[in-house]
Write a protein that binds this ligand. Sequence first.
Ligand code: F6P
Length: 419
Amino acid sequence: MTHSKAERIGILTSGGDCPGLNAVIRGTYKAARQLGYEVIGFQKGYEGLVDPVSYVHLDDQSTAGILIQGGTILGSTNKGRFAAISGENTRIDLDPQLLRGVRRTIDELNVRALVCIGGDGSLAVAQQFHEQGIPVVGVPKTIDNDLSCTAFTFGFDSAVSCATDALDRLHTTAASHERTMVLEVMGRHAGWIALHAGIAGGADCILIPEIAWSYDNICSKILSRRSAGRNFTLIIVAEGATLPDGDLVTCEQTLPNRRASQPRRVEDRQVRLGGVGNIIATELSDRLHTETRSMLLGHLQRGGGPTPFDRFLATQYGVHAMRLVAGGQFGRMVCYQPPNVSDVMIADAIGQLNKVDPLGAAVQTARGLGISFGDLLPEGSVFGPVSMSASPTTSIPASSSVLLPTSGLPVPTATLSNF
Ligand code: F6P
């Protein structure tokens, strides 16, 4: 099918990068080409949409081989002029002049739809575009896996794989030297990476933002391991896990060179987290007079190529985004509701983050293994308190009307035949 006038699909990657972005770009491009669209990629996230407009034409050559590549060929930014939320859930209305500029770009370049790949903040921008009548489809991305309405965001599995590998490596050196090792992983609001990698990598303690912990309880765990002849301990902590006094540890606190008086740049809307693992390691060493080391895994979790699972998920997301475009279903976000890729309204997916359920199945699995979350369970309790909800990991709001499996999507027959 060829469109009379070169109708285009615009695609962009916004926010922190993660493995699988290129796989979405490729999937979208391939499906769009089959539908007869040209595809252009706006550069550096939403910034490329306006003043100055910056984009590249995507073709078979520029998308060849990118399935397995980390990062994004389009560039990305999590700073700049497009910020639609601050902190958790607080909406910031985009500058109307900026929105007019985006509209102009879309019209002048004959863009039929924008495919916006991003996390909670970036999808909140896409939602405001939708409210202004700009045709958008969202694709959820973040290694943190903290977006609602989808069981998984792509990038998460790759990050878990990296963190698990780090734990595996720390395991052997911790055992050799009889040390306590603290591994700090990403997870600003949610502890999914720490939880999954902690279980997969055999951690002894998992510390996450969703469960309050104390040094006493971690010390008890280390001591009980010692009395069982296990003279080393592996602790994994999410960067967003607050200290027992409720403090969030930021780079500003832990980087000695940064003067406290130095103003944070206006576009730095998010404080940089980092350093909680080191603080924990120091405290444990002081309390137990034991050799303790900490390791901050940082951006290694975001770099590199996607795992096969993330390639598969990201590719499905890209193709499904084009199904939505073909069906004129704008303002929707693709999502994964196992076993199917599906879609929900973007409005339903943003604002409320998907956090670890402290009473959920994964936490109970960990507790069943004897992993400590640094909290105190009632005497004799193995699994801790149990959630009443059957499936705690994904919350699909009741207002999401179209929740059909992929095969049931209301896409016109003529369009479906193109796949
Ligand atoms: O949201 C994803 C994330 O990786 C967080 O876990 C982390 O706090 C943040 O991005 C880091 O962002 P930046 O690359 O800007 O330091």
